[in-house]
Design a binder for this molecule. Sequence first.
Ligand code: PMP
Length: 437
Amino acid sequence: HRDGRPGDEIVALRRKTLLPNLSISFRKPLKMVRGEGVWLIADDGRAYLDCFNNVAHLGHTHPEIVEVIARESSRLNTNTRYLHDNMVDYAEKLGATLPGDLKVASFVCTGSEANDLMLRMARAKTGEKDMVVVDWAYHGHVAELIDISPYKYKRAGGAGRPSHVWEAQLPDTYRAPADWPIEEHGKRFAESVARQVEAIRKAGRKPAAFIAESIPSCAGQIFFPPHYLEEAYRIIREAGGICVADEVQVGFGRVGTHMWAFETQGIVPDVVTMGKPIGNGHPLAALVTTPDIAKAFNNGMEYFNTFGGNPVSCAIGLKVLEIIERDRLRDNAKAIGDYLMARFRDMQKRYEVIGDVRGMGLFLGLDLVTDRTTKAYATDFANRVVNLAREEGVLIGTDGPYDNVVKMRPAMIFTRREADLLCDVLDQAFARASAEA
Ligand code: PMP
């Protein structure tokens, strides 16, 4: 694989030919030439254990997915104004994984398209425009979604909170006020949702929708306290708004116990948006809603998406669902996730810098702090750990508004042996970074 340009040449070419606001992972950039299962192979022949990419849900270049892409593309790839089995089969199968009335699907190409469609539905259903979002949320890169993404509009280059958007406090139990009894966290954090609804009412309006990632990721792998979404949904619905679960990062069994992360909160949303892992790397995304909301959206204007729902994409989506079930990948995510959590908790005893260990299935985070009392963000340390792990052949990342949370989302096929490798390398990286600090 020595053909092609060396990495430094590509870096220079990117500077000249591509938009500059695109970062490159790691201090020493990597040029990947091949993927296989949980491994990415770089141009120097070295294999890296990918513990970060949640798109390659079943593993990179999964042979059955590759076969479906080849087979279906060599047969037919048209738009959805012709009849085809794949799209209805897929809508049926996807609907069957969801509770309640969540049975009407729309297929799109990116998570952003799914969330943008969601905004239009919320407006059509309620006649309102105001959105309640969770602080530090990210819901997509199109203009309307940057507007409901505090993670973007509050940080560099952002224009601040638009007047139709209201931020509910991030339900981060680790950084909750010390005088809140732990069993009240869900209710206490949801009070912030009620305050936003009250502010909207004072402005003479009503909420169109409340949207939350079922496990906020850009906010730093934050797990909602019990009853949080139950309370938040009740407040929003009483005020006439609809409730949306963004499952773009966390869906498709990643949490192990359930297919959808919102199920861990015991609620049923009105709209669910999905993306990333849905096509194992193929650009596919979806929105699923209720017949009632679908009817309200059907106001005479057609919704047509050139690529969304084409026969190839739907065949891929169907195969991904089939493999998750057939290979019992949720059970694997649960078992390996539990094992990783136990090892991380053991590491937490040895490294002061690990303030909090969070995870469910194969969605995991280590909240790093410079001081366990003040919980000050250990941003530099997190950065060092990630780069040291990369030197040792393990790929992880950071996230959170202060980039102090080590974030891991390995493929659903992750094994115990690979989990051990990840932990051994992490342990070493923490030891080295602590010695340097
Ligand atoms: N929602 C969430 C929670 C996401 O993490 C992302 C992508 N990071 C999106 C929406 C947008 O998806 P896409 O990049 O496919 O448009």
